[in-house]
Every structure is written in C-alpha cells, then in structure tokens.
Design a protein around this ligand. Structure first.
Ligand SMILES: Nc1ncnc2c1ncn2[C@@H]1O[C@H](COP(=O)(O)OP(=O)(O)OP(=O)(O)O)[C@@H](O)[C@H]1O
Ligand SMILES: [Mg+2]
Length: 265
C-alpha cells in the first residue's frame, strides 16, 4: 500500500541569524520510493534531510510525516521522538557526530535497547546487522578509533538495527572505497525492494542515477527546480550547469556527449 511518508507545504526555514534558506518548499514523498536529493554545496540538501528527520523545523508552512504534523513541541515528547527516530533512520553526512559509545557492539545495541526490546532480541539484531554489514570483526573496537569508512558502516548498522521504515542517508558513499560503495548501494536497493523508503542526498550525478528512480534538484538559491527521472535530468545539460552540477568536464566523443566527475587523463 502506498501512503505519503512526508509532505511539505509552503515550508520556510532559516538558521538563526541567517538569510532565509527555504521560502516556499513543496514536496511529497510516498512510501516505498527511492528518492535522491541533488544539489551543489550549500544548496540545502543536509538541511532538508534534517528537517525530514525532525532535527530542525519549518518556520513557516507545514511538514507532515506519516499523516501527522511535525513540530518542535511534538518532538520534545520523548515517547514520540523515540518512535519517530525508530521509524525514520538518519545517517549523517559525517558519521563521526553520530557515534557516541566506546564499543561498536554497544553502539548498535543502543537503539534496540531504547525501543525496549528484550536482551535476547537485541543481541540477535546486533548479530544480524554485524553480519549484513560484514563488520563482525569490529565488534569489540572503539568506534572513535575506526577508519572513516568503517565508522560509516557502524553508523549504518546502528540505524538498521532499529529496522526503520524510512532510511535517510546524507552523502551515503562518502569515505567508502569503490567496492564498499557498490556494496552499500546494492544494500540500499535491496532494502527498497523489501519496502523501505530510501532518501539520499549527494552532489554526485552518477550516484543519483544508480541509487534512485526519482531525483530532486535543489538550486543554489535553495529552490526545488527539478523533480523527475535521473535519465531525463542527464539530458538537461543547461539545467545541470545552472545548478552547478556540471562544468567543463562535460564533453563529446564520437558516440555523443557524456560527463565525468574528473577530467580525462
Ligand atoms: N547550523 C547552521 N547554522 C547556520 N547556517 C547553516 C548551518 N548549517 C548549514 N548552514 C547554511 O545553510 C546552507 C545550506 O547548508 P546545507 O548543509 O544544508 O547544504 P548542503 O547542500 O548539504 O551542502 P554540502 O553539499 O556542502 O553538504 C549553507 O549556506 C550553510 O552555510
Ligand atoms: Mg550536506
């Protein structure tokens, strides 16, 4: 069954003492979608994701999640907040800020324990995600002393242990080697196949193409200027240049135009 997960209506937002960031943001995301938010640095991707996760709140307009209007007061209710963060899992752009225990195992067990699950079920979940993420060997380690990519995997494991309906990942492949990137993308696609809603943010066009079937583009003026397929977006060179997602690396060979993240050698 499809139902709206998030609905933003005329949302306005600015950081304290900052210029208005969003002034009239409208967006609907339905259960089971895989959506990727694309935009240049500073376009507002992380801010929008944080809003969906209930970490910052609209100053104007309204945000609904699972049919309930979300505001700061509601998220101050511990019980509501706990349930909300269980349903909506968030992997930060920088995993460092998300890890806070001294053992990987405790890090992963924290969410399920907060949910009030019995110890046996918690242990089962911890073992399952350690295996799924192929990080059994890290279980006794301190999260602070892991490499950037390992930290990211632990952060993903900790969120997956709560079995969220919606997974929100900010720059999911940052810090991962190519094999781990491919593996994480495949995992997200599998989770989506199993019914999870997957929302990601990136400034890598090629990632948006493989990780989503709906791309939203935020302009440098923080406006949603595109909502559609990655394939159609890739054909819109003018828009890509306008939103600063493409530059001189776009070029043509005999077989037609294409782009690279880096210049040919
Ligand atoms: N905590 C904050 N306080 C004040 N301004 C902020 C804060 N966080 C972000 N901003 C500003 O809001 C704007 C959008 O930032 P945001 O982090 O959402 O962009 P982004 O699209 O995720 O960028 P990047 O690709 O670099 O991660 C930027 O101009 C940024 O400087
Ligand atoms: Mg960001």
């Amino acid at each position: 069954m499809t139902y709206p997960v998030f609905e933003l209506e005329r949302v306005g937002f600015n950081y304290p003492y900052g210029e208005p960031l969003f002034t009239d943001l409208n967006l609907k995301i339905t259960a089971g979608e895989k959506v990727c938010l694309l935009g240049a640095n500073g376009s507002g991707k992380s801010t929008l994701l944080k809003m969906l996760c209930g970490l910052v709140f609209p100053h104007a307009g309204r945000l609904q999640a699972f049919g309930t209007q979300i505001d700061e007061q509601l998220l101050e209710d511990d019980q509501f907040a706990r349930e909300y963060h269980r349903r909506v899992g968030f992997i930060f752009q920088n995993s460092e800020v998300q890890l806070f225990t001294t053992r990987v195992e405790d890090e992963i067990a924290f969410g399920p324990l907060q949910m009030g699950l019995d110890l046996e079920t918690v242990q089962q979940r911890v073992n399952d995600v350690l295996k799924l993420l192929r990080i059994e060997h890290l279980v006794e380690r301190s999260p602070y002393r892991l490499s950037g990519g390992e930290k990211k995997k632990v952060a993903v494991a900790a969120v997956l242990a709560m079995n969220p309906q919606v997974l929100i990942l900010d720059e999911p492949t940052n810090g991962l080697d190519p094999k781990s990137q491919r593996w994480l993308i495949d995992l997200l696609l599998e989770l989506n196949q199993a019914g999870r809603t997957i929302i990601t943010a990136t400034h890598h066009l090629d990632l948006a193409h493989v990780i989503s079937d709906r791309v939203l583009v935020l302009s440098e003026e923080h406006e949603l200027v595109y909502d559609g397929s990655a394939a159609r977006l890739l054909g819109n060179k003018d828009l890509l240049i306008q939103v600063n997602l493409l530059d001189e690396y776009y070029h043509s060979h005999d077989q037609g135009g294409h782009f690279h993240l880096y210049r040919h050698g």
